[in-house]
Design a binder for this molecule. Structure first.
Ligand code: SDX
Length: 393
């Protein structure tokens, strides 16, 4: 049932990737993590349970879940030397750059993570450390940007509440976590947790195939996600909606711009390599946007502009012909903004959600004993020719 691959016998690991983690059906808009539909997981599960499912392949028992959750909680603290690294980043440093650097620095602090034949316990400890420290680093990247002192993790809080408190607490102002915000964040992280062989996941797998540490592999994935065509799209969507609002709210004008071949403008948050009907995540996030903004009493005009844009595009031949529908990034930024998360942190939020997927895919690649990645090429360059000395050129 899952997308099979033709492994070219002549060249290992140059074709598609064989994986048992996530199943997509682009035509039917199906997304399943280890066989479980995303709609069920988004409604009934939580991010740590989904992370366990992705990484270890099964939903945890109560005991397994409590052990996993407790281990993560006890590893949220970060070595003070890494905290000192933050002083080296100017406040202009983009949070994604800070995050990928901090994650990569873990290799230095846990050198056994580089041993190709490290034990399963060592591998599992790396996984726990990554899950535990990513929220701390993400919040610290934000604090660095703001020029605020960092907050230490609070182990009495759940995963999302701990992150929100590290993000928003100030020395002069305690931050009370709103359960609506924490629950909405948990659901958004579930929806971003894995997505088969997308650009950043393929990056994690190919970097990991060289026996680089899991920290270096995840750091590479963070940088791949940064691009506006991939995880950076959620930030570009808000910037696009803000531009439409500033320009009088005429979404039809921007629809025409997106169709103009001479105009590089694209409708950000629209289109997908695989989904050619609808992105099931976008449907859930659109409903959540209405729900969360309503509960928080936030009236964000860009939500209405986004809905108008979607409505207009779904009835426009150009978009229908090219099967362009809202993707996961189209509405997510509106919810992040309602939570008080600034736009340049949106892609960091995507990375926070995608972490268990990257980990699961890296683990699978290593457990499958896959050889170093070596994509083949079709050579289109010059035929053989003689060297000509410069004075004769
Ligand atoms: C993510 O792979 C994943 O699973 C990724 C992701 C994940 O969870 O990991 O789902 C997350 O990255 C979602 C995508 C976020 N990116 C954006 O929203 C950026 C805007 N979208 C596009 O750039 C584009 O749709 C892509 C990159 C998402 C997909 O590109 P494709 O499938 O390679 O499509 P294409 O670039 O070949 O375009 C096909 C046609 C072209 O027109 P023609 O040349 O055929 O006339 O559709 C047009 C494109 O010009 N087109 C768009 C468009 N996207 C494609 N036109 C206007 N607006 C758009 N958004």
């Amino acid at each position: 049932q899952s997308g099979l691959i033709t492994m070219d016998p002549g060249f290992k690991n140059t074709g598609s990737t064989k994986s048992a983690i996530t199943f997509l059906d682009g035509e039917k808009g199906i997304l399943r993590y280890r066989g479980y539909n995303i709609e069920d997981l988004a409604e009934k599960s939580n991010f740590l349970e989904v992370s366990y499912l992705l990484v270890y392949g099964e939903l945890p028992t109560q005991k397994q879940y409590e052990k996993f959750s407790k281990e993560i909680t006890t590893h949220t603290l970060v070595h003070e030397d890494i905290k000192k690294m933050l002083d080296g980043f100017p406040s202009v440093a983009h949070p994604m750059g800070v995050l990928s650097s901090l994650i990569c620095s873990l290799t230095a602090f846990y050198p056994t993570s580089l041993h190709p034949n490290r034990s399963e316990e060592e591998n599992n400890l790396s996984i726990i450390r990554l899950m535990a420290k990513m929220p701390t680093f993400a919040a610290w990247a934000f604090k660095n940007k703001m020029g605020h002192p960092v907050n230490y993790p609070d182990n009495s809080l759940d995963y999302c509440s701990n992150f929100l408190k590290m993000m928003f607490e100030l020395p002069a102002e305690k931050y009370e976590v709103d359960p609506i915000v924490s629950k909405a964040l948990d659901q958004l992280l579930i929806l971003h947790a894995d997505h088969e062989q997308n650009c950043s996941t393929s990056t994690v797998r190919i970097v990991g195939s060289s026996q680089a540490s899991i920290y270096a592999s995840i750091s590479a994935g963070i940088n791949a996600l940064w691009g506006p065509l991939h995880g950076g799209a959620n930030q570009s969507v808000i910037e696009m909606l803000e531009a439409i609002k500033a320009d009088g709210g005429d979404s039809k004008k921007y629809l025409e711009k997106a169709k103009d071949k001479n105009d590089p403008f694209r409708l950000m948050g629209f289109g997908h390599r695989v989904y050619k009907n609808f992105d099931p995540r976008a449907k859930i996030i659109k409903k959540a946007a209405d729900d969360v903004l309503g509960k928080l009493g936030v009236d964000d005009p860009v939500l209405e502009i986004a809905k108008e844009l979607e409505e207009a595009a779904l009835n426009d031949q150009y978009f229908v012909d090219r099967k362009l529908y809202p993707n996961v990034d189209f509405y997510s930024g509106i919810i992040y903004r309602a939570m008080g998360i600034p736009t340049d942190m949106f892609t960091v939020m995507f990375a926070l959600g995608r972490l268990p997927g990257w980990i699961a895919q890296w683990k699978e690649m290593r457990e499958n004993g896959e050889p170093i990645g070596r994509p083949r090429q079709v050579y289109t360059g010059a035929n053989e020719r003689e060297y000509v000395s410069m004075n004769k050129r």
